[in-house]
Design a protein around this ligand. Structure first.
Ligand SMILES: N[C@@H](Cc1ccccc1)C(=O)O
Length: 415
């Protein structure tokens, strides 16, 4: 092995795992962040991102701790059944299915919005519902072909995302006006807007479905998996911070009111950024980045949903079996996307609500339970004891409540 630093048991590289985590973490949630953070603006936004990153890292590690008591390959379903029992197994199963479905819808809504925005650049105008249908149809075709097809195409997309991100965001970062970040215009009230933004931050740092897969992939190698989770989520944090600087340093706080009034969908935000970019070419890179980001998340999430539903309904891997699975996977969210093309932000908010349960509260409960079941366990334990577990659960509860209150119009929302 040439590179001992990266060597994990079985010769699997640490980088691969870190990329899986980063790839799941960085997705459409990112495009909601500047829009929902416009009220609290940059300084609070930065603190919120840091705090949520820490909590989501801890909940992922608590999930890992619980997972390590089982044989590699044990799924979320097995973990909840064996540690928390029937009730939590059902609650967490339902919330995972819900997250996958609602994210698929969010990606179709966001995807149709950027595809439409891209086509406008070519002087083609389509109804957004048709763009959504085309976006979902093409990508669903890839999932239908095979897992391998998804794997290959996402790898190519990730490469494209890295290149276009640095070209477009690098340029935006150079053009940042610091006064925009630290003394924004608009009404001088910030802190009250923090609460309604929390769920979006939580959704943006969601990756927890990957933890059992990492245990399966690396085996019981906690050090490597901890590093992969840390590096992957930290990369997400850096990308989000750059993204906040790039957007808030170039669009004024009052400018966001306009974006929000147009629904806050991905294409609107990208369009607003494009107007301040130095060249058309860089604007094209930004649009390309947005297309790739939402398409790769779509592939990752729908592949998970596809396998989950195939297993649930017992559809086999033959062509007709896959076709049936594809129908239940793609038809409901695509229909929603055609009927309600601009529900992007609402969908990310609901994904967060379900993620509060299975990606935050359930992992903390499972770690608590396994510590009681195996008091003499000598393996990996997340530091911080019960207080840390309580902190993670409290954060999940507060965020869930914030989402419900915001839905009921009981929290201040900017714009
Ligand atoms: N973090 C993902 C969404 C996600 C949430 C929960 C689990 C998995 C993925 C995104 O920003 O698009």
């Amino acid at each position: 092995m040439a590179n001992h630093m990266n060597a994990a048991p079985g010769g699997k590289s640490l980088l691969g795992g870190a990329m899986i985590v980063a790839g799941t973490t960085v997705g459409a949630g990112m495009f909601s962040l500047p829009v929902v953070s416009a009220g609290m603006w940059f300084s609070y936004g930065l603190m919120v991102l840091l705090g949520i990153w820490f909590i989501m890292l801890m909940s992922g590690l608590l999930l890992l701790e619980a997972n390590l008591h089982f044989e590699p390959g044990a799924s979320f379903d097995t973990l909840t059944r064996e540690t928390l029992g029937r009730f939590w197994r059902i609650v967490s199963g339902l919330s995972i299915a819900f997250v996958l479905y609602i994210l698929t819808y969010a990606y179709i809504s966001g995807g149709s919005s950027v595809v439409n925005h891209s086509l406008q650049g070519l002087d083609i105008s389509l109804p957004q519902s048709v763009a959504g249908l085309a976006f979902a149809g093409i990508l669903a075709g890839i999932v239908l072909i095979s897992t391998k097809a998804v794997d290959r195409i996402t790898t190519i997309m990730l490469g494209g995302m890295i290149i276009t991100f640095f070209l477009a965001i690098g340029n935006l970062l150079l053009e940042v006006e610091p006064s925009r970040l630290f003394s924004p215009n608009g009404e001088q009230s910030y802190a009250p807007y923090i609460l309604a933004a929390l769920p979006f931050g939580l959704a943006s740092f969601g990756y927890h479905g990957n933890v059992p897969s990492l245990v399966k992939y690396y085996g019981k190698a906690p050090t490597t998996i901890i590093r992969a989770i840390f590096i992957g989520t930290f990369l997400g944090l850096i990308i989000y911070v750059c993204w906040l600087i790039a957007t808030m340093g170039n669009i004024s706080r009052t400018g966001f009111v306009d974006i929000i009034s147009q629904g806050g969908n991905m294409g609107v935000l990208v369009g607003a950024l494009q107007q301040v970019m130095a060249s058309d070419w860089l604007g094209t890179m930004l649009t390309l980045f947005a297309n790739l980001a939402v398409a790769s998340s779509f592939l990752g999430v729908t592949l998970g949903l596809f396998d989950y539903l195939a297993d649930l309904f017992g559809f086999d891997d033959s062509l007709s079996g896959r076709a049936k699975t594809a129908l239940v996977t793609f038809v409901p969210p695509t229909l929603m996307g055609v009927l309600f093309p601009n529900g992007f932000l609402v969908a990310i908010g609901f994904a967060a609500l379900a993620a509060c349960i299975w990606a935050v509260i359930v992992p903390a409960l499972m770690a608590y339970k396994t510590r009681q079941m195996y008091p003499d366990y000598q393996g990996f334990k997340v530091p911080g004891g019960t207080p840390l577990i309580i902190l993670v659960i409290a954060f999940g509860l507060v965020t869930g409540v914030c989402h419900l209150l915001a839905m009921a119009d009981l929290l201040p929302v900017y714009g």
